[in-house]
Design a protein around this ligand. Structure first.
Ligand code: UT7
Length: 310
C-alpha cells in the first residue's frame, strides 16, 4: 500500500505587508530585502485570526478536495511552532472544528521542517494499514513571535497555512522515499526566546548544504536520477538558498516553486502553500516526480520524493 496526497488546501491572511512599509519600521530597504532574500511582501494575520483559524481554513479545503468526509479522518497532525497555546494542541482544536469525530490528534514540533516530519509520519500509519486517512497541516502565525524592531528577522517571516489529506494511492504513486534528520548542536543558531532569534549566516550555510544533499539522497533512495525530477518544492526561506538547491539538481528555473517573494518565510506552511499553488497553476501534473525539501530550527531537516497523483 502506497501513501500519497489525495487532497490539498491553503489559506493566507488578506493583509499584505510590503518591504516599503517595513522601511518605516526598521532600518532596512526594499532593495536589501529583495536582493538578499527574494522577499517582496508577506501576509500578516489579524489580531483575531490565530494559528488554528488559518489551519482550519486550509484543512477544510483539503478535505473538500480529497472527496472524503471529516468523519473518515483517522489522524490529524499539525506542524507548527506557533500554536494558539501550548495545549490543547492546534490538532485537537481542528479535530473539534472539522467534526473529525474518530481522529487522533497531535501537533508536531520540527520548525520549518515540520510539514516534512508530518507527511513522513502519516505515511507510516497508512502504509502499515493502521490508518486510512491522515490530515497533515503546516501552519504558522510567526508574526506573533517576531520582534518588529529587529531588522535581522522582521523582514523574513510571514503567516499562512497549507494542508494535505493523505491516503492510499495506486501502485507507483505517492511517497517513493524520504529522509529526516536533526542536529541539536545547531539549536543555538535558530530558536525562540521571547521572539525568534537567529544567526542568519550559520543557518544559511547549513541550509545550502543540507537542501542539496537531502534532495539528492531521496532521489537516489527512490532509484532515480536528478534527470527524472519534474518539480522541486524547497522550503521558502531565502531565494539564494533555494537557488543553490535548484542548481545542485540542475533544474531549470521554471521547475522550482517560488512563492517566497509573495509570502516570505512561513516556516512549516511554506512547502504545502507552494504545493497547492503549483498544482492549481497546472505546473504539477499527474505522474510528475516531485522533490520537497525543508530545513529549520532544531536544527531539523526533511526531504521527500513523491510521484504525484492518486
Ligand atoms: O526557515 C529557516 C529560517 N532562517 C533562514 O532561512 C535564514 C537563513 N539566512 C539568511 O537567509 C540570510 O543569512 C539573511 C537574509 C538572514 C541575511 O543575509 P546575509 O547575506 O547572510 O547577510 P549578513 O547576515 O551577512 O549581513 C550582511 C549585512 C550586515 O551588516 P554588516 O554587519 O555587514 O554591517 C547586517 O547587519 O546586512 C545587514 N542586515 C541588513 N541590512 C538591511 C541584516 N539585516 C538587514 C536588513 N536590512 N533587514
Amino acid at each position: 500500500m502506497n501513501a500519497g496526497i489525495i487532497g490539498i488546501g491553503r489559506c493566507v491572511p488578506d493583509r499584505i505587508l510590503t518591504n516599503t512599509e517595513l522601511e518605516k519600521m526598521v532600518d532596512t530597504t526594499d532593495e536589501w530585502v529583495r536582493t538578499r532574500t527574494g522577499i517582496e511582501e508577506r501576509r500578516i494575520a489579524g489580531e483575531d485570526q490565530n494559528t488554528s483559524d488559518l489551519g482550519f481554513e486550509a484543512a477544510k479545503k483539503a478535505i473538500e478536495d480529497s472527496g472524503i468526509t471529516p468523519e473518515q479522518i483517522d489522524l490529524i497532525l499539525v506542524a507548527t511552532v506557533t500554536p494558539d497555546q501550548p495545549f490543547p494542541s492546534v490538532a485537537c482544536m481542528l479535530q473539534e472544528r472539522l467534526g473529525a469525530k474518530k481522529a487522533a490528534a497531535m501537533d508536531v514540533s520540527a520548525a520549518c521542517a515540520g510539514f516534512m516530519y508530518g507527511v513522513v509520519t502519516a505515511k507510516q500509519f497508512i502504509e502499515t494499514g493502521s490508518y486510512s486517512y491522515v490530515l497533515v497541516v503546516g501552519v504558522e502565525k510567526l508574526s506573533k513571535i517576531t520582534d518588529w524592531t529587529d531588522r535581522n528577522t522582521a523582514v523574513l517571516f510571514g503567516d499562512g497555512a497549507g494542508a494535505v489529506v493523505m491516503g492510499p494511492v495506486s501502485d507507483g504513486k505517492g511517497i517513493l522515499s524520504f529522509e529526516l534528520g536533526s542536529d541539536g548542536s545547531g539549536g543555538k543558531y535558530l530558536y525562540q526566546d521571547e521572539f525568534i532569534a537567529m544567526n542568519g549566516r550559520e543557518v544559511f550555510k547549513f541550509a545550502v548544504r543540507q537542501m542539496g544533499e537531502s534532495s539528492l539522497n531521496v532521489i537516489e533512495k527512490a532509484g532515480l536520477t536528478k534527470e527524472d525530477v519534474d518539480f522541486l518544492i524547497p522550503h521558502q526561506a531565502n531565494i539564494r538558498i533555494m537557488e543553490a538547491a535548484r542548481q545542485r539538481l540542475e533544474l531549470p528555473v521554471e521547475k522550482m516553486s517560488q512563492t517566497v517573494s509573495k509570502y516570505g518565510n512561513t516556516s512549516a506552511a511554506s512547502i504545502p502553500i507552494s504545493l497547492v499553488e503549483e498544482v492549481e497553476a497546472g505546473k504539477i501534473k499527474d505522474n510528475d516526480l516531485i522533490v520537497m525539501v525543508g530545513f529549520g530550527g532544531g536544527l531539523t531537516w526533511g526531504a521527500i520524493a513523491l510521484r504525484w497523483g492518486k
